[in-house]
Design a protein around this ligand. Structure first.
Ligand SMILES: Nc1ncnc2c1ncn2[C@@H]1O[C@H](COP(=O)(O)OP(=O)(O)OP(=O)(O)O)[C@@H](O)[C@H]1O
Length: 291
């Protein structure tokens, strides 16, 4: 499902003396089936942007086209349920919203809330628990007995049980240890590849952007200041520094090596790309030094 923002402006508390403009003239496309990363400093408008993806927020001006729906400031809340089912939103620290007695009931809560029978919701909960790698033996436990990573997966399963086409995640790896982070990122990639979900992910982890994203949106002070492939975004080091954005580790490392006379073309974004270009240069240098 393709999503497009057309001339979107958004104000919190619009029309009051406390109005705060959080988005300015946003025009962008989120390609169907792709993995889009949204990056930018704190307060740049990332969360505000993604809440427009399922009309949790509606543009104050302009429109957001989500599949066959067009959302404007005039859109009534009444008919948004089908859209909220198609676009699943996972907030930061989603485990804070777990509340049922058992993991299974928690995952099944979403579909039941959308009018699906208890039996079908339970079936979906079992299926999605498996999808996110939660063992059956955990499903009758209290969600609060799970580890941090497992709780996060249970919360994501609750959104997946609605069988969305688009999965939007706000910093899904925040607060997890490196293993938990890798597991969640692996899961998100798997959902994109195997379930053909469109993924939109807010992250501060530039390595994840380099490793997983097809498409990157860069926000600054409520404006979209760049969109393109990770290579488009990470190739301009001066521009990134000016916007106080970090580089992926491999790219930062390659930049340091370039100051020592190493040559990279194109600039590596991942550890594998770095090694592929670096090893032949080290071997060649070794031969020259010894010979
Ligand atoms: N409920 C609100 N009322 C008023 N202003 C708000 C509200 N929520 C966010 N803002 C303001 O809107 C702007 C964008 O905030 P937003 O949360 O979208 O940024 P962000 O890039 O997601 O930040 P972070 O990385 O910290 O989550 C900020 O100036 C913020 O202070």
């Amino acid at each position: 499902m393709e999503i497009a923002f057309e001339k979107v402006n958004y104000w919190y508390q619009a029309g009051t003396p406390f109005a705060v403009q959080a988005l300015y003239d946003i025009n962008l496309n989120i390609p169907a089936g792709e993995f889009t990363a949204v990056i930018g400093q704190t307060g740049s408008g990332k969360s505000t942007l993604i809440q427009h993806l399922n009309a949790l927020l509606k543009p104050t001006e302009g429109q957001v086209v989500i599949g066959d729906r067009t959302i404007t400031s005039e859109t009534k809340n009444k008919h948004l349920k089908p859209l909220r089912k198609k676009v699943g939103l996972v907030f930061q620290f989603p485990e804070n919203q777990l509340f049922e007695e058992t993991v299974l009931k928690d995952i099944a809560f979403g579909p039941q809330n959308f009018g699906i029978s208890v039996e079908e919701a339970t079936r979906l909960a079992h299926e999605t628990a498996k999808m996110v790698g939660l063992d059956d033996s955990l499903l009758e436990r209290s969600p609060f007995d799970l580890s941090g990573g497992q709780m996060r997966r249970a919360a994501i399963a609750g959104v997946l049980a609605l069988e969305p086409d688009v999965l939007v995640l706000d910093e899904p790896t925040a607060g997890l240890d490196p293993r938990g982070r890798n597991e969640i990122m692996g899961l998100v990639r798997q959902l994109q590849v195997e379930r053909h979900l469109t993924i939109v992910l807010i992250t501060h982890q530039m390595n994840d952007v380099a490793d997983y994203a097809d498409h990157v949106i860069v926000m600054a002070h409520g404006h979209m200041v760049k969109q393109g492939t990770p290579r488009d975004v990470f190739s301009d080091v001066d521009w990134l520094t000016a916007h106080q954005l970090e580089l992926p580790s491999a790219t930062a490392y390659a930049n340091k090596l370039m100051q020592q006379g190493f040559v990279f073309d194109p600039i590596p974004l991942t550890a594998d790309e770095l090694a592929d270009q670096l090893v032949p240069q080290i071997n060649k240098k070794g031969v020259a030094d010894n010979g």
